[in-house]
Write a protein that binds this ligand. Structure first.
Ligand code: KG4
Ligand code: ZN
Length: 338
């Protein structure tokens, strides 16, 4: 079954053709990073406009690269939630138009379910059940993937997402957007013990995260230094901060793996590209004899191939939308409606 998938939830306009949920026939990603960099973060209005400009060309290219015609396709998949509402609407409306014009079924895909599916593309042998740490710019979840379309949230952030925190502290240090990516590179040369940072825990909820206090602590270090006319050591602060953020992510995930008795752990989302997180999780997995699934780096960030993969499983489950499909800025992963 060949699915053309479209993703436009944030600052990447992407289209891909995926066969049977596992094989990428083409994948095209047009990033808007350069246009948002000057503002230090994604400007939603600019993102929406740029998606409108890019989407036709990106979809055409994905079809050409796959060497297919619309008559060769079996369905259209699209990210409909969660994300920036104006950005999502561009992809959803384009997909609706294609579905109407071709008569192909329209499959709504939850963005975070798509991120998890990037593991199915990287590891053809991976099947649920497994546990997954989903860490992106907007979400930090520990979920059990009980089946391809059945998820349980074990823990989530009570405030900021991990990616958001990395981006904000990077910005306070004058590191260009996208902060998390650049912070990862700068941290390589730093001493992770140089700055002492808190490891916040959520009282009474051992699997939930709270990153805002940690973010504020790092920003205070930067501001205090500025007020004294001093400069922080960027390499050391990046390394120390990344160490603290990844410690929090790992501690809760490792505990959840043990408590729930899982032997398979996957990472997903933009932050799963982080080198420190990947290294620490690999160590924990080796120590505990777990199988660890780390998505290929090119599939960690937003792309449409992961949406095409998840769309296949949503289709098999009968999750097909009408052309009244709407986009939603927020939507739970475990009980989405469309
Ligand atoms: O999943 P994603 O591409 O978009 C959302 O769905 O939000 O995640 C983007 C987030 C950003 O916060 C970005 O800074 C972060 O992922 N990120 C990283 C790395 N690559 C991307 N954070 C740390 N280290 C990286 N290598
Ligand atoms: Zn994402």
């Amino acid at each position: 079954m060949k699915i053309l998938a479209i993703e436009s939830s944030c600052d990447e306009t992407a289209a891909a053709v995926v066969e049977d949920g596992r094989k990428i026939l083409s994948s095209v990603v047009a990033t808007q990073i350069e246009s948002h960099k000057v503002f230090g973060g994604v400007v939603p209005e600019i993102a929406s406009r740029m998606h409108i400009e890019a989407i036709s060309g990106v979809v055409d290219e994905a079809m050409k690269k796959a060497g297919l015609d619309y008559t060769d396709l079996d369905a259209i998949g699209v990210t409909y939630a969660p994300g920036l509402i104006g950005a999502l609407l561009v992809g959803v409306n384009f997909a609706k138009g294609l579905s109407l014009a071709t008569g192909l079924p329209l499959i709504p895909v939850h963005h975070l379910r798509g991120h998890i599916a990037s593991n199915y593309l990287t590891f053809p042998e991976l099947e649920p059940p497994f546990m997954c740490l989903v860490v992106s710019g907007g979400h930090s979840h520990i979920v059990t993937v009980d089946d391809y379309t059945s998820f349980k949230i074990i823990g989530k952030t009570r405030d900021d997402a991990a990616g958001e925190c990395l981006d904000k502290v990077a910005r306070a240090m004058g590191i260009p957007y996208p902060g998390g990516v650049n912070l990862d590179k700068i941290a390589v040369n730093g001493n992770e013990k140089a700055y002492s940072l808190p490891h916040p825990r959520v009282e009474g909820s051992e699997f939930d995260f709270s990153f805002s206090g940690l973010k504020t602590a790092a920003i205070n270090i930067i501001h205090n230094a500025e007020q004294k006319g001093e400069k922080v050591n960027r390499e050391d602060l990046c390394a120390s901060y990344l160490n603290a953020v990844t410690d929090c992510l790992c501690n809760n995930t490792v505990k959840a793996m043990k408590d729930y008795g899982f032997k398979k752990l996957a990472l997903a989302g933009g932050v799963s590209a982080n080198s420190v997180l990947r290294r620490k999780m690999t160590e924990f997995a080796d120590e505990n004899g777990w199988q660890l699934f780390l998505p290929e780096l090119s599939l960690c960030g937003d792309n449409a191939a992961m949406i095409g993969s998840q769309a296949y499983y949503e289709y098999l489950k009968g999750n097909i939308a009408s052309t009244h499909l709407n986009a939603y800025a927020t939507m739970p992963i475990d009980n989405p409606v469309f």
